[in-house]
Design a protein around this ligand. Structure first.
Ligand code: ZN
Ligand code: ZN
Length: 327
């Protein structure tokens, strides 16, 4: 009798938890839809342009060679003329010091002292330097604190850092000559909840806007639409994570492909499909981009191959240690 009562209680708890998540997701989607409908921003005038733009992946899933460490996270070094930006700070799943990010930086000859700013796309563990930072609403480049000496950091929600000069950049705004944040675009994720994410936009002279994206929860279409709202210049490129784990998930929890089922803005029983990827590719192709590079940290090989074959010469592999250059 006691066993039956215990089982009934456990089933009740699981059902209540699931019910709570369903209600949270449903309400969250309504909130996001309201916010997206209300998000009208004026054009960013006088952004300026840069002549040279390079993007050097410091952390991502695939690496150029064995001397570098890959992980299911993102950190890119962006050099836009005189401005050097660290975009996201990786995963550091084992909370190591020095972290894979710092080790890769050393191998690639990149120093923290050359950074002009840090930009965090969104508060997920694979972008803020681990679970501890995600929970504490902070970010960190390594397992032990690093003195960032008042380095400016632009973050999507109120995050803290003991030694950085942190500003929340919810609204679109310029960050440096030719460089802007798109401002945050929210998405409700079934498991991970309400997730505002910002992307970077760099205006390259004579070419157009290059979008640099962290996880892409805001969707390819949503990010392109935001860029259209903010800039007159055409879209030239899109680089980074766009979250298309269709046939596989890089991250698994309890054997579950969490990226495919629980990390999306869809109901868990309708995961991201090949059709979604084809639709997104079609949307991007209409803009005729000359540079496309998809992160493998949150997309499967099937999706990467679909992008590669759709964009031909414009497609560049995204590998830690392999600089992508626009000049
Ligand atoms: Zn991610
Ligand atoms: Zn994410």
């Amino acid at each position: 009798m006691e066993i039956i009562q215990t089982i009934t209680l456990l089933v009740g708890i699981v059902l209540a938890a699931l019910g709570g998540m369903v209600i949270r997701f449903w309400l969250g989607r309504r909130r996001v839809n309201r916010e997206l409908a209300a998000a009208h921003y004026p054009k960013i005038k006088d952004l300026g342009t840069v002549k040279n733009l390079t993007i050097l992946p410091l952390i991502d899933w695939e690496t150029k060679d064995q001397s570098l460490t890959g992980e299911a996270g993102v950190s890119y070094l962006i050099r836009a003329d005189e401005t050097t930006i660290l975009f996201d700070v990786g995963f550091n799943a084992q909370n190591e010091h020095p972290s894979p990010l710092l080790r890769n930086m050393e191998t690639l000859g990149v120093s923290v002292s050359e950074l002009d700013m840090v930009v965090i796309s969104h508060n997920h563990l694979d972008h803020v330097g681990g679970m501890r930072h995600q929970r504490q609403k902070s970010f960190g480049l390594s397992g032990q604190p690093l003195d960032l000496k008042k380095l400016p950091a632009y973050v999507p929600i109120p995050l803290t850092h003991p030694t950085a000069d942190v500003s929340t950049t919810e609204k679109p705004q310029p960050l440096a000559p030719g460089v802007a944040t798109t401002g945050t675009i929210p998405r409700q994720l079934f498991f991970l909840g309400y997730t505002p994410e910002q992307s970077l936009a760099v205006n390259v002279e004579g070419k157009g806007i290059v979008l640099i994206v962290g996880c892409g929860h805001s969707t390819l279409q949503g990010i392109i639409d935001r860029a259209k709202m903010l800039f007159d210049a055409p879209l030239y490129g899109m680089v980074g994570g766009l979250h298309y784990p269709v046939t596989a998930s890089r991250e698994k929890k309890l054997g579950l492909p969490i990226q495919s089922i629980l990390g999306t803005g869809k109901w868990p029983w309708t995961p991201v499909t090949c059709e979604d990827v084809k639709e997104a590719i079609g949307y991007l192709r209409e803009r005729n981009p000359q540079l496309v590079s998809l992160s493998a940290h949150d997309s499967c090989d099937w999706s990467i191959n679909a992008f590669r074959s759709a964009f031909g010469e414009a497609y560049k592999d995204l590998l830690v240690g392999e600089e992508i250059s626009v000049d």
